[in-house]
Write a protein that binds this ligand. Structure first.
Ligand code: SF4
Length: 120
């Protein structure tokens, strides 16, 4: 049995997954999405990572970024190490690729702001 907090909406339902049988049983969900979240969470949890990356521009020391699609949860620390070692050196716009194909996952790290272009 596993207990999981659903993170899909502010209600934060407390889900219980019993997987002693072939078909896992989910309880505690306030809607259909919660059941789907619980089943995915026990099989292969994924997350969308939003963070910042440092830049070479003193006026804009960090740039907001996010992954272009969900990534495996267990890859987040490895990805944060990659992001920590990266420096943006060109004036990217919102939606531009910062790091392509991160960790070989087929997902890009993309800028979520054009702040460098608007200031530099
Ligand atoms: S189960 Fe549904 S209602 Fe409950 S937190 Fe998840 S998304 Fe929100």
């Amino acid at each position: 049995m596993r207990e999981i907090i659903c993170i899909l909406c502010p209600r934060g339902c407390e889900l219980t997954v019993r997987d002693e049988h072939s078909e896992p049983d989910v309880t505690g969900h306030g809607c259909r999405k919660g059941r789907e979240f619980a089943l995915k969470e026990i099989e292969s949890p994924t997350r969308v990572l939003c963070t910042t990356v440092k830049t070479a521009f003193p006026e804009v020391p960090v740039l907001p970024v996010r992954v272009s699609a969900e990534i495996p949860k267990e890859k987040i620390y490895e990805l944060m190490e990659l992001i920590d070692s990266h420096t943006v050196r060109s004036p990217l716009s919102c939606g531009d690729v910062v790091i392509p194909d991160i960790l070989g996952l087929g997902v890009d790290l993309i800028a979520t702001s054009s702040i460098i272009k608007s200031i530099i």
